[in-house]
Design a protein around this ligand. Structure first.
Ligand code: ATP
Ligand code: MG
Length: 551
């Protein structure tokens, strides 16, 4: 990064800490729960955590927060690793909170020994009613004053599987009248006779998030444990456990979740979209998942740039999706290979061009001369876009119309001499004459035209399925609307069309990006085969989002 940028608040804290000698190396972690695929919110957290230890001496751990056996799956573990690598980051250690189950159990025993934890027999409903409200203190559980010996023995039996799910819990003994509800004797362990994706059937008691997270940070000597704002009330408990257990003092810092307009960003909601088949899987190109964006054709560098540009905030907000697309266009404009494809074809016949002749015309592959040129076959009959012809032109119309002239990209200037219509009044064929001395690169015609349109030779064109995507939701913030967020799904978010493409695109590769001239940026979809090419439109050339969109 060469641009001068002001520090974000976490960088400020880090620089102060380094200056005062508090730490020499920075250790952060990215702690996903393997219960879904990563989304753009996670990308923000990844860029932040890994970005900090790229900038400052130190490293970042990848820690799977897998303390909930029910929802977790190794499929998710693999996808998470793939997504982080694709984004361009490397973790120092791959760790699992479940690797610490023995240590966490010992920590719980320590708390019991210190008289700071007890086994409770209240049901979850009773616990909830005993808890009080933010304005009313809670009530002590009748089991709160069990002796250390009794608690040790009961906790041991919980571990040994002697009790049913939900019949007992281990709770921290703090203060049932605390102003912070999370400090009112929070649960530390619950009984769950469930198979765990890594520890199998070894455990039937599992630590709660609050008891696992901070301690895992501490075990790994994480200096800056960064999470989102909803964890602010948890920080007091985070610090309480560290203090009482006398372990390495990691510190928690909070920033605002990344929300993007016209989509939802919660694994739980994204899972519903997948399970109820509103989309075709986690990597559906309309999904705000990293895998969906990758398949759609987003580049890792544009996502990193986006996260970098926006930075992080301390207040919740919604970021405009078009900002992400802006970063993408900037990237693709420099790198995407140029090609011609006609998405809504109409035939153009050049009446004075020789029958059966073909010319191989040179056309540049990109804005940079280094990208070189390719040849595109040209002949008497071409496909052009239906929208590039108007029978009755409007003001400032620089494309085709009866009597009007236009340049065919990398080819000749043509003048429209007539057209055919079918019985329904639809235009079927356009007739033009071409000016043989107007060839691009050696134009001696003296003609000037204001418009240039793209085309594909009918005899040489290949066909492809093209998938055009629109925003997945009709409203800016579907999670904030009344009723179910799925009521706001945009029914027209996927349009599948058949397009004519120039033959060079037959060898298009999945890891390259293409600009179909005047139509947008496209990439090969993973479902594409030699027999049936499939392209995704990644993004249009201009912004078509937002209220004052220019279509
Ligand atoms: P979700 O609600 O989508 O399940 P989560 O926070 O429960 O999200 P985790 O797997 O627990 O998902 O998150 C891993 C890390 O990513 C956490 O540090 C979390 O704070 C961060 N993270 C998750 N969502 C966002 C978001 N929208 N913006 C910024 N960071 C996020
Ligand atoms: Mg979570």
């Amino acid at each position: 990064m060469s641009e001068e940028k002001s520090l974000n608040f976490i960088e400020e804290i880090i620089e102060e800490g380094i200056a005062s000698g508090k730490y020499k190396t920075i250790v952060t972690r990215f702690p996903p729960e393997p219960n879904g695929y990563l989304h753009m919110g996670h990308a923000t957290s990844i860029c932040l955590n890994f970005g900090l230890t790229k900038k400052y001496p130190g490293y970042t751990n990848l820690r799977f927060d897998d303390t909930n056996p029910i929802t977790e799956d190794t499929e998710y573990v693999e996808s998470i690793k793939e997504d982080i690598k694709w984004l361009g980051f490397e973790w120092k250690n791959e760790l699992y909170a479940s690797d610490y189950f023995d240590e966490l159990y010992n920590y719980a025993v320590q708390l019991i020994n210190k008289g700071l934890a007890y086994v409770d027999d209240l049901t979850s409903e009773e616990i909830a009613t005993y808890k009080g409200t933010p304005t009313q203190p809670g009530k002590d559980s009748p089991y709160r004053n069990r002796t250390v010996a009794e608690n040790l023995s009961l906790f041991e039996k919980m571990k040994a599987g002697e009790f049913e799910d939900g019949s007992k819990t281990l709770r921290a003994k703090i203060d049932m009248a605390h102003t912070n509800m999370l400090m009112r004797d929070p649960l530390i362990y619950r009984i769950k006779h469930a198979h765990h994706h890594r520890t199998g059937n070894k455990w039937c008691i599992y630590p709660m998030y609050d008891f696992a997270h901070g301690q895992s940070d501490s075990i790994e000597h994480i200096t800056h444990s960064i999470c989102t704002l909803e964890f602010i009330p948890h920080r007091e408990l985070y610090d309480w456990f560290i203090e009482k257990l006398e372990i390495y003092p990691s510190h928690q810092y909070e920033f605002a979740r990344r929300n993007l307009s016209y989509t939802v960003m919660s694994k739980r909601k994204l899972l519903q979209l997948v399970n109820e088949k509103h989309v075709n899987g986690w990597d559906d190109p309309r999904m705000p998942t990293i895998s969906g964006m990758r398949r759609r054709g987003f580049t890792a560098s544009s996502i990193r740039k986006f996260c970098d540009t926006i930075g992080i905030a301390k207040r919740d907000n919604v970021t405009d999706f078009s900002l992400l697309e802006f970063c993408l266009r900037e990237d693709l404009n420099n790198t995407a290979l140029r090609a011609m494809a006609v998405l809504d074809p109409i035939k153009l016949v050049i009446t004075n061009y020789p029958e059966n002749a073909t010319e191989e015309l040179l056309s540049e592959n990109g804005p940079d001369e280094m990208q070189g040129k390719r040849t595109v076959p040209f002949s008497k009959e071409l496909w052009i876009e239906r929208e590039d012809f108007l029978e009755v032109p409007i003001k400032k119309w620089f494309r085709l119309a009866p009597g009007a002239s236009v340049r065919l990209k990398s080819a000749y200037i043509v003048t429209c001499t007539g057209f055919d219509k079918d019985a329904h009044g639809n235009i079927t064929t356009i007739y033009c004459t071409y000016h043989p001395d107007s060839k691009s690169g050696g134009d001696h015609s003296g003609l000037t035209v204001k418009g240039t349109i793209h085309w594909v030779s009918v005899a040489h064109a290949a066909t492809a399925e093209v998938r055009l995507y629109d925003r997945l939701f009709k409203v800016e913030n579907p999670s904030n609307e009344e009723g179910d967020f799925k009521d706001y799904i945009n029914p027209g978010s996927l349009q599948i069309i058949k397009a004519y493409i120039e033959p060079s695109l037959l060898s298009a590769s999945i890891d390259k990006r293409y600009q179909f001239l005047r139509k947008g940026y496209f990439c090969v979809d993973k479902e594409s085969t030699a027999d049936k090419l499939v392209f995704n439109r990644t993004v249009t050339l201009k912004d078509t989002w937002g209220g004052n969109a220019k279509k």
